[in-house]
Design a protein. Structure first.
Length: 451
Protein backbone atom coordinates (compact mmCIF):
# COMPACT_ATOMS: atom_id res chain seq x y z
CA UNK A 1 0.00 0.00 0.00
CA UNK A 2 1.44 3.39 -0.97
CA UNK A 3 2.32 5.49 2.04
CA UNK A 4 -0.16 8.19 2.98
CA UNK A 5 -1.30 9.54 6.36
CA UNK A 6 -4.65 7.75 6.26
CA UNK A 7 -3.02 4.41 5.46
CA UNK A 8 -0.40 4.94 8.15
CA UNK A 9 -3.10 5.69 10.72
CA UNK A 10 -5.11 2.60 9.83
CA UNK A 11 -1.97 0.46 10.01
CA UNK A 12 -1.24 1.77 13.50
CA UNK A 13 -4.83 1.04 14.56
CA UNK A 14 -4.82 -2.60 13.46
CA UNK A 15 -3.71 -4.14 16.80
CA UNK A 16 -6.58 -2.32 18.52
CA UNK A 17 -8.93 -3.45 15.77
CA UNK A 18 -7.95 -7.07 16.36
CA UNK A 19 -8.72 -6.76 20.08
CA UNK A 20 -12.08 -5.13 19.33
CA UNK A 21 -13.03 -7.71 16.72
CA UNK A 22 -12.17 -10.44 19.23
CA UNK A 23 -14.50 -8.82 21.77
CA UNK A 24 -17.31 -8.58 19.21
CA UNK A 25 -16.83 -12.12 17.84
CA UNK A 26 -17.10 -13.46 21.41
CA UNK A 27 -20.82 -12.61 21.45
CA UNK A 28 -22.87 -15.56 20.17
CA UNK A 29 -25.18 -13.12 18.40
CA UNK A 30 -27.25 -15.56 16.35
CA UNK A 31 -30.70 -13.99 16.00
CA UNK A 32 -32.47 -17.31 16.48
CA UNK A 33 -33.51 -17.07 20.10
CA UNK A 34 -34.75 -20.66 20.18
CA UNK A 35 -31.12 -21.74 19.82
CA UNK A 36 -29.07 -18.87 21.27
CA UNK A 37 -29.74 -16.53 24.20
CA UNK A 38 -31.16 -13.12 23.32
CA UNK A 39 -28.65 -11.68 25.80
CA UNK A 40 -25.80 -12.50 23.42
CA UNK A 41 -27.31 -10.33 20.68
CA UNK A 42 -28.14 -7.58 23.16
CA UNK A 43 -24.54 -7.65 24.37
CA UNK A 44 -23.18 -7.26 20.83
CA UNK A 45 -25.58 -4.39 20.12
CA UNK A 46 -24.57 -2.60 23.32
CA UNK A 47 -20.88 -3.09 22.45
CA UNK A 48 -21.39 -1.33 19.11
CA UNK A 49 -23.45 1.45 20.72
CA UNK A 50 -20.66 2.07 23.22
CA UNK A 51 -18.06 2.15 20.43
CA UNK A 52 -20.11 4.70 18.46
CA UNK A 53 -20.54 6.96 21.50
CA UNK A 54 -16.77 6.82 22.07
CA UNK A 55 -16.26 8.14 18.54
CA UNK A 56 -18.53 11.12 19.16
CA UNK A 57 -21.70 9.79 17.58
CA UNK A 58 -24.96 11.42 18.64
CA UNK A 59 -28.47 10.02 18.92
CA UNK A 60 -27.03 6.52 19.46
CA UNK A 61 -29.93 4.15 20.00
CA UNK A 62 -30.84 0.46 20.02
CA UNK A 63 -33.84 0.31 17.72
CA UNK A 64 -36.47 -2.32 18.53
CA UNK A 65 -37.39 -3.68 15.11
CA UNK A 66 -40.66 -5.49 14.33
CA UNK A 67 -39.05 -8.94 14.19
CA UNK A 68 -38.06 -8.76 17.84
CA UNK A 69 -34.38 -7.89 17.30
CA UNK A 70 -32.40 -4.67 17.67
CA UNK A 71 -30.46 -2.55 15.20
CA UNK A 72 -27.89 -0.01 16.40
CA UNK A 73 -28.10 3.54 15.03
CA UNK A 74 -25.81 6.53 15.44
CA UNK A 75 -25.25 9.92 13.80
CA UNK A 76 -21.93 11.75 13.49
CA UNK A 77 -22.38 15.34 12.29
CA UNK A 78 -19.96 16.67 9.70
CA UNK A 79 -19.31 20.16 8.35
CA UNK A 80 -22.29 22.39 7.65
CA UNK A 81 -23.74 21.72 4.22
CA UNK A 82 -21.85 18.44 3.80
CA UNK A 83 -23.30 15.35 2.16
CA UNK A 84 -24.67 12.49 4.25
CA UNK A 85 -23.34 8.94 3.98
CA UNK A 86 -24.97 5.91 5.58
CA UNK A 87 -22.61 3.09 6.58
CA UNK A 88 -24.24 -0.33 7.03
CA UNK A 89 -23.09 -3.59 8.59
CA UNK A 90 -24.77 -6.33 10.63
CA UNK A 91 -23.69 -7.85 13.91
CA UNK A 92 -25.85 -10.99 13.88
CA UNK A 93 -24.14 -14.12 12.59
CA UNK A 94 -24.89 -17.55 11.27
CA UNK A 95 -24.88 -20.46 13.74
CA UNK A 96 -21.47 -22.14 13.98
CA UNK A 97 -22.90 -25.35 12.46
CA UNK A 98 -20.74 -28.34 13.41
CA UNK A 99 -18.51 -26.96 16.15
CA UNK A 100 -16.38 -30.11 15.93
CA UNK A 101 -15.44 -29.03 12.42
CA UNK A 102 -13.84 -25.81 13.65
CA UNK A 103 -10.10 -26.00 14.16
CA UNK A 104 -10.42 -23.33 16.87
CA UNK A 105 -13.53 -22.27 18.84
CA UNK A 106 -16.00 -20.42 16.58
CA UNK A 107 -16.62 -17.56 19.02
CA UNK A 108 -12.97 -17.01 19.90
CA UNK A 109 -11.01 -14.93 17.40
CA UNK A 110 -7.85 -16.89 16.63
CA UNK A 111 -4.95 -15.99 14.35
CA UNK A 112 -3.73 -18.79 12.12
CA UNK A 113 -1.73 -18.72 8.87
CA UNK A 114 -2.08 -14.97 8.60
CA UNK A 115 -5.89 -14.90 8.97
CA UNK A 116 -8.24 -14.24 11.88
CA UNK A 117 -10.73 -17.07 12.44
CA UNK A 118 -14.11 -16.81 14.14
CA UNK A 119 -17.82 -16.74 13.34
CA UNK A 120 -18.68 -13.29 12.04
CA UNK A 121 -15.05 -12.25 11.53
CA UNK A 122 -15.82 -11.45 7.89
CA UNK A 123 -19.64 -11.61 7.86
CA UNK A 124 -20.15 -9.02 9.15
CA UNK A 125 -18.61 -7.99 12.46
CA UNK A 126 -15.46 -7.23 10.49
CA UNK A 127 -17.60 -4.76 8.55
CA UNK A 128 -18.38 -2.92 11.79
CA UNK A 129 -14.65 -2.62 12.45
CA UNK A 130 -14.03 -1.49 8.86
CA UNK A 131 -16.38 1.46 9.37
CA UNK A 132 -14.83 2.35 12.72
CA UNK A 133 -11.28 2.21 11.34
CA UNK A 134 -12.16 4.43 8.37
CA UNK A 135 -13.76 7.06 10.62
CA UNK A 136 -10.90 6.98 13.14
CA UNK A 137 -8.37 7.47 10.34
CA UNK A 138 -10.24 10.49 9.03
CA UNK A 139 -10.63 12.01 12.49
CA UNK A 140 -6.87 11.73 12.95
CA UNK A 141 -6.19 13.37 9.58
CA UNK A 142 -8.27 16.51 9.32
CA UNK A 143 -11.69 15.26 10.33
CA UNK A 144 -14.66 13.45 8.81
CA UNK A 145 -15.79 15.58 5.82
CA UNK A 146 -19.38 14.28 5.60
CA UNK A 147 -22.30 13.66 7.91
CA UNK A 148 -22.22 9.96 8.82
CA UNK A 149 -25.05 7.68 9.84
CA UNK A 150 -24.21 4.15 10.97
CA UNK A 151 -26.73 1.33 11.12
CA UNK A 152 -25.76 -2.12 12.41
CA UNK A 153 -28.52 -4.66 11.81
CA UNK A 154 -29.36 -7.41 14.28
CA UNK A 155 -31.14 -10.00 12.11
CA UNK A 156 -29.76 -9.88 8.55
CA UNK A 157 -28.88 -13.56 8.51
CA UNK A 158 -32.40 -14.60 9.53
CA UNK A 159 -34.08 -12.79 6.62
CA UNK A 160 -36.95 -11.73 8.88
CA UNK A 161 -36.99 -8.16 7.58
CA UNK A 162 -37.04 -6.30 10.88
CA UNK A 163 -34.83 -3.42 9.78
CA UNK A 164 -36.58 -3.14 6.41
CA UNK A 165 -39.94 -2.67 8.08
CA UNK A 166 -38.51 -0.28 10.68
CA UNK A 167 -36.97 1.84 7.91
CA UNK A 168 -40.30 1.93 6.07
CA UNK A 169 -42.01 3.12 9.27
CA UNK A 170 -39.29 5.77 9.93
CA UNK A 171 -38.22 6.82 6.41
CA UNK A 172 -36.30 9.89 7.56
CA UNK A 173 -33.98 7.94 9.84
CA UNK A 174 -31.65 6.38 7.24
CA UNK A 175 -31.97 9.03 4.52
CA UNK A 176 -28.60 9.71 2.90
CA UNK A 177 -26.97 10.89 -0.31
CA UNK A 178 -24.91 7.71 -0.55
CA UNK A 179 -25.12 4.36 1.21
CA UNK A 180 -22.13 2.05 1.72
CA UNK A 181 -23.20 -1.53 2.45
CA UNK A 182 -20.25 -3.22 4.16
CA UNK A 183 -21.58 -6.76 3.69
CA UNK A 184 -20.12 -7.85 0.36
CA UNK A 185 -16.52 -8.72 -0.54
CA UNK A 186 -13.70 -8.61 -3.03
CA UNK A 187 -13.74 -11.13 -5.84
CA UNK A 188 -10.31 -12.27 -4.70
CA UNK A 189 -8.01 -11.21 -1.85
CA UNK A 190 -6.21 -8.08 -3.00
CA UNK A 191 -8.53 -7.41 -5.97
CA UNK A 192 -10.71 -4.37 -5.14
CA UNK A 193 -14.29 -5.10 -6.05
CA UNK A 194 -17.70 -3.51 -5.74
CA UNK A 195 -20.74 -5.73 -5.94
CA UNK A 196 -23.11 -4.35 -8.56
CA UNK A 197 -25.88 -6.96 -8.39
CA UNK A 198 -27.44 -9.18 -5.76
CA UNK A 199 -29.78 -12.09 -6.24
CA UNK A 200 -33.02 -11.92 -4.32
CA UNK A 201 -34.38 -14.89 -2.45
CA UNK A 202 -37.48 -16.61 -1.25
CA UNK A 203 -37.60 -19.17 1.54
CA UNK A 204 -40.44 -21.70 1.84
CA UNK A 205 -41.29 -24.60 4.11
CA UNK A 206 -42.83 -27.60 2.35
CA UNK A 207 -44.89 -30.20 4.24
CA UNK A 208 -46.15 -33.44 2.71
CA UNK A 209 -48.72 -35.69 4.42
CA UNK A 210 -49.92 -39.10 3.18
CA UNK A 211 -51.05 -41.15 6.20
CA UNK A 212 -52.67 -40.64 9.57
CA UNK A 213 -49.56 -42.10 11.17
CA UNK A 214 -46.40 -44.10 10.42
CA UNK A 215 -46.88 -47.70 9.32
CA UNK A 216 -44.80 -50.90 9.49
CA UNK A 217 -42.85 -50.98 6.21
CA UNK A 218 -43.12 -54.77 5.98
CA UNK A 219 -46.84 -54.91 6.51
CA UNK A 220 -47.83 -51.85 4.43
CA UNK A 221 -44.78 -50.88 2.34
CA UNK A 222 -45.28 -51.14 -1.40
CA UNK A 223 -48.83 -49.83 -1.41
CA UNK A 224 -48.98 -47.25 1.40
CA UNK A 225 -47.83 -43.83 0.07
CA UNK A 226 -44.57 -42.76 1.66
CA UNK A 227 -44.56 -39.01 2.51
CA UNK A 228 -40.76 -38.81 2.53
CA UNK A 229 -40.53 -40.41 -0.92
CA UNK A 230 -43.22 -38.02 -2.19
CA UNK A 231 -41.26 -35.06 -0.85
CA UNK A 232 -38.06 -36.32 -2.47
CA UNK A 233 -39.85 -36.60 -5.82
CA UNK A 234 -41.17 -33.05 -5.51
CA UNK A 235 -37.76 -31.66 -4.59
CA UNK A 236 -36.05 -33.56 -7.39
CA UNK A 237 -38.41 -31.91 -9.89
CA UNK A 238 -36.74 -28.56 -9.13
CA UNK A 239 -33.61 -29.61 -11.06
CA UNK A 240 -32.94 -30.59 -14.64
CA UNK A 241 -30.67 -33.51 -15.50
CA UNK A 242 -27.60 -31.23 -15.49
CA UNK A 243 -28.55 -29.76 -12.13
CA UNK A 244 -29.96 -26.49 -13.48
CA UNK A 245 -32.81 -25.02 -11.49
CA UNK A 246 -36.18 -25.65 -13.14
CA UNK A 247 -39.22 -23.94 -11.66
CA UNK A 248 -42.21 -23.96 -14.01
CA UNK A 249 -42.61 -20.50 -15.53
CA UNK A 250 -39.33 -19.08 -14.16
CA UNK A 251 -36.75 -18.01 -16.76
CA UNK A 252 -33.31 -19.54 -16.23
CA UNK A 253 -31.27 -18.48 -19.27
CA UNK A 254 -29.94 -15.01 -18.42
CA UNK A 255 -26.25 -14.20 -18.95
CA UNK A 256 -23.74 -12.21 -16.92
CA UNK A 257 -21.89 -9.28 -18.46
CA UNK A 258 -18.81 -8.30 -16.49
CA UNK A 259 -16.06 -9.97 -14.50
CA UNK A 260 -15.88 -13.67 -15.32
CA UNK A 261 -15.24 -16.48 -12.86
CA UNK A 262 -12.74 -19.10 -14.01
CA UNK A 263 -14.24 -22.57 -13.61
CA UNK A 264 -11.13 -24.16 -12.10
CA UNK A 265 -10.78 -21.28 -9.66
CA UNK A 266 -14.43 -21.70 -8.71
CA UNK A 267 -13.87 -25.40 -8.05
CA UNK A 268 -11.03 -24.51 -5.68
CA UNK A 269 -13.05 -21.74 -3.98
CA UNK A 270 -16.06 -24.02 -3.55
CA UNK A 271 -13.85 -26.96 -2.49
CA UNK A 272 -15.50 -29.31 -4.95
CA UNK A 273 -14.25 -32.86 -4.51
CA UNK A 274 -12.09 -34.39 -7.24
CA UNK A 275 -14.21 -36.06 -9.91
CA UNK A 276 -17.43 -34.27 -8.91
CA UNK A 277 -18.85 -32.08 -11.66
CA UNK A 278 -20.34 -28.61 -11.37
CA UNK A 279 -24.06 -28.28 -11.97
CA UNK A 280 -25.95 -26.14 -14.44
CA UNK A 281 -25.03 -24.68 -17.83
CA UNK A 282 -23.47 -21.49 -19.09
CA UNK A 283 -20.50 -19.75 -17.49
CA UNK A 284 -19.95 -19.91 -13.75
CA UNK A 285 -20.83 -16.21 -13.52
CA UNK A 286 -24.10 -16.90 -15.37
CA UNK A 287 -24.98 -19.63 -12.92
CA UNK A 288 -24.20 -17.88 -9.63
CA UNK A 289 -25.00 -14.24 -10.45
CA UNK A 290 -27.53 -14.12 -13.30
CA UNK A 291 -29.75 -17.18 -12.95
CA UNK A 292 -32.09 -18.65 -10.32
CA UNK A 293 -30.74 -21.31 -7.97
CA UNK A 294 -32.71 -23.61 -5.69
CA UNK A 295 -31.21 -25.18 -2.58
CA UNK A 296 -32.77 -27.66 -0.16
CA UNK A 297 -31.60 -26.29 3.18
CA UNK A 298 -32.97 -29.02 5.40
CA UNK A 299 -35.33 -31.98 5.64
CA UNK A 300 -37.23 -33.25 8.66
CA UNK A 301 -37.02 -37.03 8.48
CA UNK A 302 -35.82 -39.84 10.76
CA UNK A 303 -32.06 -39.89 11.29
CA UNK A 304 -30.23 -43.04 10.24
CA UNK A 305 -29.26 -43.80 13.82
CA UNK A 306 -32.36 -45.07 15.57
CA UNK A 307 -34.51 -45.32 12.44
CA UNK A 308 -37.33 -47.88 12.53
CA UNK A 309 -38.78 -49.92 9.60
CA UNK A 310 -41.63 -47.48 8.98
CA UNK A 311 -43.44 -45.86 6.07
CA UNK A 312 -43.35 -42.15 6.89
CA UNK A 313 -46.67 -40.36 7.24
CA UNK A 314 -45.28 -36.80 7.06
CA UNK A 315 -42.12 -35.05 5.89
CA UNK A 316 -40.95 -31.44 5.70
CA UNK A 317 -38.25 -29.48 3.91
CA UNK A 318 -36.93 -25.93 3.93
CA UNK A 319 -36.24 -24.69 0.40
CA UNK A 320 -34.39 -21.54 -0.71
CA UNK A 321 -34.72 -20.04 -4.18
CA UNK A 322 -32.30 -17.31 -5.26
CA UNK A 323 -33.51 -15.08 -8.10
CA UNK A 324 -31.46 -12.66 -10.23
CA UNK A 325 -32.12 -8.97 -10.93
CA UNK A 326 -35.06 -8.56 -13.26
CA UNK A 327 -37.12 -11.21 -11.48
CA UNK A 328 -39.72 -10.23 -8.91
CA UNK A 329 -39.18 -12.31 -5.77
CA UNK A 330 -42.89 -12.32 -4.91
CA UNK A 331 -43.76 -13.70 -8.33
CA UNK A 332 -40.95 -16.28 -8.02
CA UNK A 333 -42.45 -17.37 -4.70
CA UNK A 334 -45.83 -17.99 -6.33
CA UNK A 335 -44.19 -19.98 -9.13
CA UNK A 336 -42.20 -22.08 -6.63
CA UNK A 337 -45.30 -22.81 -4.58
CA UNK A 338 -47.29 -23.79 -7.67
CA UNK A 339 -44.45 -25.97 -8.96
CA UNK A 340 -44.13 -27.93 -5.73
CA UNK A 341 -47.88 -28.43 -5.50
CA UNK A 342 -48.03 -29.62 -9.12
CA UNK A 343 -45.06 -31.99 -8.82
CA UNK A 344 -45.93 -33.71 -5.55
CA UNK A 345 -46.96 -37.25 -6.59
CA UNK A 346 -49.71 -39.71 -5.63
CA UNK A 347 -52.22 -37.08 -4.59
CA UNK A 348 -50.25 -36.47 -1.41
CA UNK A 349 -51.36 -33.47 0.60
CA UNK A 350 -48.82 -30.69 0.27
CA UNK A 351 -48.58 -27.33 1.96
CA UNK A 352 -46.08 -24.62 1.02
CA UNK A 353 -45.55 -21.82 3.54
CA UNK A 354 -43.45 -18.74 2.79
CA UNK A 355 -40.90 -18.04 5.54
CA UNK A 356 -38.83 -15.18 4.11
CA UNK A 357 -38.35 -13.11 0.98
CA UNK A 358 -36.03 -10.42 -0.40
CA UNK A 359 -35.90 -8.68 -3.77
CA UNK A 360 -32.82 -8.73 -6.05
CA UNK A 361 -30.76 -5.58 -6.51
CA UNK A 362 -28.88 -3.81 -9.31
CA UNK A 363 -26.73 -0.74 -8.63
CA UNK A 364 -26.18 2.28 -10.86
CA UNK A 365 -22.44 2.05 -11.41
CA UNK A 366 -22.31 5.28 -13.45
CA UNK A 367 -22.89 7.49 -10.40
CA UNK A 368 -20.28 9.91 -8.97
CA UNK A 369 -19.93 7.80 -5.83
CA UNK A 370 -18.60 4.90 -7.89
CA UNK A 371 -15.89 7.10 -9.37
CA UNK A 372 -14.98 8.31 -5.89
CA UNK A 373 -14.72 4.69 -4.74
CA UNK A 374 -12.67 3.67 -7.80
CA UNK A 375 -10.17 6.45 -7.08
CA UNK A 376 -9.99 5.46 -3.41
CA UNK A 377 -9.45 1.78 -4.17
CA UNK A 378 -6.67 2.60 -6.63
CA UNK A 379 -4.76 4.13 -3.73
CA UNK A 380 -5.63 1.46 -1.17
CA UNK A 381 -4.84 -1.36 -3.62
CA UNK A 382 -1.84 -0.06 -5.62
CA UNK A 383 -1.68 -1.28 -9.20
CA UNK A 384 -5.22 -2.66 -9.14
CA UNK A 385 -8.28 -1.30 -10.91
CA UNK A 386 -11.66 -1.59 -9.21
CA UNK A 387 -13.73 -4.47 -10.59
CA UNK A 388 -17.49 -5.03 -10.76
CA UNK A 389 -18.89 -8.40 -9.73
CA UNK A 390 -22.22 -9.93 -8.87
CA UNK A 391 -23.08 -11.77 -5.70
CA UNK A 392 -25.31 -14.77 -5.45
CA UNK A 393 -26.43 -13.91 -1.94
CA UNK A 394 -29.19 -11.54 -0.93
CA UNK A 395 -29.29 -8.34 1.11
CA UNK A 396 -33.01 -7.46 1.13
CA UNK A 397 -32.33 -4.12 2.82
CA UNK A 398 -30.70 -2.83 -0.39
CA UNK A 399 -34.00 -2.77 -2.23
CA UNK A 400 -35.81 -1.21 0.71
CA UNK A 401 -33.23 1.59 0.81
CA UNK A 402 -33.32 2.02 -2.97
CA UNK A 403 -37.10 2.34 -2.81
CA UNK A 404 -37.10 4.76 0.13
CA UNK A 405 -34.26 6.90 -1.21
CA UNK A 406 -34.36 6.65 -5.02
CA UNK A 407 -31.72 9.39 -5.45
CA UNK A 408 -29.23 7.76 -3.10
CA UNK A 409 -26.19 6.02 -4.54
CA UNK A 410 -25.64 2.52 -3.11
CA UNK A 411 -22.23 0.81 -3.05
CA UNK A 412 -21.48 -2.69 -1.76
CA UNK A 413 -18.03 -3.54 -0.44
CA UNK A 414 -16.78 -5.77 2.34
CA UNK A 415 -14.61 -8.57 3.65
CA UNK A 416 -16.38 -11.71 2.42
CA UNK A 417 -13.92 -12.83 -0.28
CA UNK A 418 -13.86 -16.57 -1.15
CA UNK A 419 -11.18 -17.57 1.37
CA UNK A 420 -13.35 -16.14 4.17
CA UNK A 421 -15.69 -19.17 3.90
CA UNK A 422 -18.62 -17.23 5.35
CA UNK A 423 -21.56 -19.33 6.61
CA UNK A 424 -19.24 -22.35 6.76
CA UNK A 425 -17.05 -23.76 9.51
CA UNK A 426 -13.71 -22.00 10.01
CA UNK A 427 -14.89 -18.60 8.79
CA UNK A 428 -12.04 -16.10 8.73
CA UNK A 429 -11.06 -12.61 7.70
CA UNK A 430 -7.86 -11.40 6.10
CA UNK A 431 -6.42 -8.59 8.26
CA UNK A 432 -4.78 -7.18 5.12
CA UNK A 433 -8.21 -6.93 3.49
CA UNK A 434 -9.61 -5.23 6.58
CA UNK A 435 -6.75 -2.75 6.55
CA UNK A 436 -6.93 -1.95 2.82
CA UNK A 437 -10.70 -1.68 2.71
CA UNK A 438 -10.72 0.58 5.76
CA UNK A 439 -8.26 2.84 3.95
CA UNK A 440 -10.40 2.69 0.81
CA UNK A 441 -13.55 3.64 2.71
CA UNK A 442 -11.82 6.55 4.43
CA UNK A 443 -10.45 7.88 1.14
CA UNK A 444 -13.83 7.34 -0.51
CA UNK A 445 -15.54 9.52 2.10
CA UNK A 446 -12.93 12.23 1.48
CA UNK A 447 -13.24 11.93 -2.32
CA UNK A 448 -17.03 11.88 -2.21
CA UNK A 449 -17.16 14.98 -0.02
CA UNK A 450 -15.13 16.84 -2.63
CA UNK A 451 -17.09 15.59 -5.66
Amino acid sequence: MSSNPVAETVSALMPRAKEELAALVAFKSVADFDQFPRSESVGAAEWIATALRAEGFQDVDLLDTPDGTQSVYGYLPGPEGAKTVLLYAHYDVQPPLDEAGWVTPPFELTERDGRWYGRGAADCKGGVLMHLLALRALKANGGVPVHVKVIAEGSEEQGTGGLERYAEQHPELLAADTIVIGDAGNFRVGLPTVTSTLRGMTLVRVKVDTLEGNLHSGQFGGAAPDALAALIRALDSLRAEDGSTTVDGLAADSGWEGLEYDEEQFRRDARVLDGVGLIGSGSVADRIWARPAVTVLGIDCPPVVGATPSVQASARALVSLRVPPGVDAAEATKLLQAHLEAHTPWGARVGVEQIGQGQPFRADTTSPAYQAMADAMAVAFPGQEMQYAGQGGSIPLCNTLASLYPRAEILLIGLSEPEAQIHAVNESVSPEELERLSVAEALFLRNYAAS
